[in-house]
Ligand binder design. Structure first.
Ligand code: DGT
Ligand code: CA
Ligand code: CA
Ligand code: ZN
Length: 571
């Protein structure tokens, strides 16, 4: 069985986590994490590259040493260095970092200062009240951790959408290749583009004699068969994801697709409309007096209840039925509307590629512009820019813009919002730039009032353009910091500041509900990738999905504008 890129990335992430728990050099930890992201983002499998005789050290962020380690991992399925670290650090500690409120640093603290080596140890020291006494912990965090332990015990965390995609799309493709299979649909929360997926729901239509079910439960990635039937089977994959596969008849495929796309709340609302019209709607079709009147396509289902097609991303019973009824559904933003990316990093700080490589990668994606927004000096582990280095970069961008055709590099910075609301670089330096993405990377634990004031104060700076990853949350890893988002959104709308939907799969920050709020309040959004390598510019689609779930149209998103119009907006 060949080792998948996803598994290589998981090993490197685990190595980074364990090293971080041990208190290793943060640059080293970051190098492994960056490498994991790079490998995850590659289209080709490392095993295939190696088989073709490529040198993995040619990949960005992968040195000779790491290339050798990956080759060993692909050959033997083992990463010796990970084994060594695992021999020193209790394995349970890595799992513990998934608990809300805990990350590798805090788990390391619990390990060194309180001797925590297992989940039971953690529960014990929590109850004894010793955790809140630790530097940087406190009572509030103690409660969060307690709740997090419960959640962990109650089952699997939900999978990030992008991770589910890496499993779902090849699986669907594989199913399409099975004898007698006609159509395959990915339904459920996955199709709705929800930021995390509980399980995967797949529907197929096929010939009566198709071996699809038998082949499915025998797939090489299946770790456990929960149920195996003629029209429905459920399995667990090695990745931890559960998959439901259903065979549905073509005459009712649209009704099945609608039903299993959900959400449940949306289904119930549609069914209620059916009842008002004397119709029965279920996963098999739309019926009047036991007679099937619709259900071959989803369009038919909506039509039967007097509605236009509703995009899957909107199907949460958050007003989409009423909007559809009134013919006021938003014309949702799509990837094709995007004209540029407004947040990315280069090798001047913690990115993998130089300016020109990033610019050309943006151009290859059909963009008109790319804003370079490296970190500012407060982010020391990322080698953040001080005024001199930033101004040197500005000069370099001027030179490159002269030389490049068809793409414009915008001069930017991801400038830290300091604890008191000042920005990390002086005004006369920011004045030289086209835009500033302003972000919080420290002091996450301020009170809600302090954190909100910090951001509002920063927004008073005329150089403030976009609030980067506005809540700081990392899906399944770090909660949003306490902040009054309503107040921040209103202030952004008033002051003509913009809010980011950061498209990184683990951020997707703002989330869908916050996007809806922003739209209501008239605040505009930048959907940006925060790419740290050229391939990560492809993360745009994750941000677009989140924006669509938040009802955003192209008009609500500033980087759908051409360069001239964008310049006016951010000027
Ligand atoms: P997940 O898997 O937790 O991310 O979320 P979903 O939405 O994929 O939920 P799942 O897998 O339990 O079920 C798939 C869809 O099937 C769900 O979105 C709507 C439909 N469904 C499931 N149970 C019910 C139900 O009791 N009533 C109705 N009307 N629909 C249901
Ligand atoms: Ca599901
Ligand atoms: Ca399911
Ligand atoms: Zn950032």
């Amino acid at each position: 069985m060949s080792v998948h890129n996803r598994e290589i990335a998981a090993c490197l992430d685990r190595l980074a986590t364990l090293l971080e728990i041990e208190g290793a050099n943060p640059f080293r930890v970051r190098a492994y994490r960056n490498a994991a992201r790079v490998i995850e983002g590659q289209g080709a499998q490392m095993s295939a590259l190696l088989a073709e005789g490529h040198d993995l050290a040619e990949l960005p962020g992968i040195g000779k040493d790491l290339a050798g380690k990956i080759a060993t991992l692909v050959d033997t399925g083992e990463l010796p260095m990970l084994n060594e670290v695992e021999a020193r650090v209790p394995a349970a500690l890595a799992e513990m970092t998934e608990i809300e409120g805990l990350g590798p640093k805090r788990v390391g603290q619990l390990y060194r200062e309180l001797g925590v080596r297992s989940l039971d140890d953690l529960s014990r020291v929590l109850e004894s009240g010793r955790v809140r006494e630790l530097e940087g912990f406190g009572e509030k965090l103690e409660k969060t951790i307690g709740a997090g332990i419960e959640a962990l015990k109650n089952g699997q965390p939900r999978m990030r959408w992008a991770d589910a995609e890496a499993i779902a799309e090849p699986l669907a493709e594989w199913l399409r290749g099975i004898d007698g299979v006609k159509k395959v649909w990915l339904a459920g929360s996955y199709r709705r583009g929800k930021e995390t997926v509980g399980d995967l729901d797949i529907l197929v239509t096929c010939r009566r004699d198709s071996p699809v079910m038998d082949r499915f439960v025998a797939h090489e990635d299946v770790s456990r068969v929960v149920s195996h039937g003629g029209t429905r089977s459920t399995v667990h994959l090695r990745s931890g994801l559960q998959v439901d596969l259903r065979v549905v008849p073509a005459v009712g495929a649209g009704a099945a697709l609608h039903y299993f796309t959900g959400s449940k709340a949306h289904n119930i609302a549609v069914r209620r409309r059916g009842v008002e019209r004397g119709l029965k709607i279920n996963e098999y079709g739309v019926y009047r007096d036991e007679k099937r009147i619709a259900g071959r396509t989803e369009d038919e289902v909506f039509e039967a209840v007097g509605l236009p097609f509703v995009a899957p991303e909107l199907r949460e019973d958050r007003g989409e039925i009423e909007a559809a009824e009134a013919r006021r559904l938003p014309d949702l933003v799509s990837l094709a509307d995007i004209r540029g990316d407004l947040h990315c990093h280069t090798d001047a700080t913690d990115g993998q590629h130089d300016l020109e490589t990033m610019a050309r990668a943006a151009q290859a994606r059909g963009y008109e512009y790319l804003a370079i927004t490296d970190h500012s000096k407060a982010v020391r582990v990322a080698n953040g820019l001080d005024a001199d280095r930033l101004l040197a970069q500005v000069d370099e961008i001027d030179r490159l813009n002269e030389a490049l055709e068809g793409i414009t590099i915008l001069k930017g910075i991801e400038v830290d919002i300091l604890a008191d609301g000042r920005l990390d670089l002086p005004d006369d330096v920011l004045d030289r730039l086209d835009l500033a993405v302003c972000s919080i990377h420290s002091r996450f634990n301020l009170s809600e009032k302090q954190q909100t004031e910090r951001v509002l104060r920063a927004m008073e700076n005329p150089h403030f353009t976009i609030l980067g990853h506005p809540t700081g949350r990392l899906i399944n890893q770090r909660r949003p910091y306490a902040i009054d988002l309503g107040q921040v959104i209103r202030a952004a709308a008033e002051r003509g500041c913009f809010l980011e939907v950061n498209a990184q799969p683990s951020r997707l920050d703002l989330d869908d509900a916050a996007c809806m709020l922003a739209r209501e309040q008239g605040a505009r959004i930048a959907v940006s990738t925060d790419a740290h390598a050229d391939v990560q510019l492809d993360a745009m689609r994750f941000g677009i999905t989140q924006a669509r779930r938040g009802w955003l149209t192209a008009d609500d998103v500033i980087n759908t504008r051409g360069l001239a119009a964008l310049r006016k907006l951010i000027g």
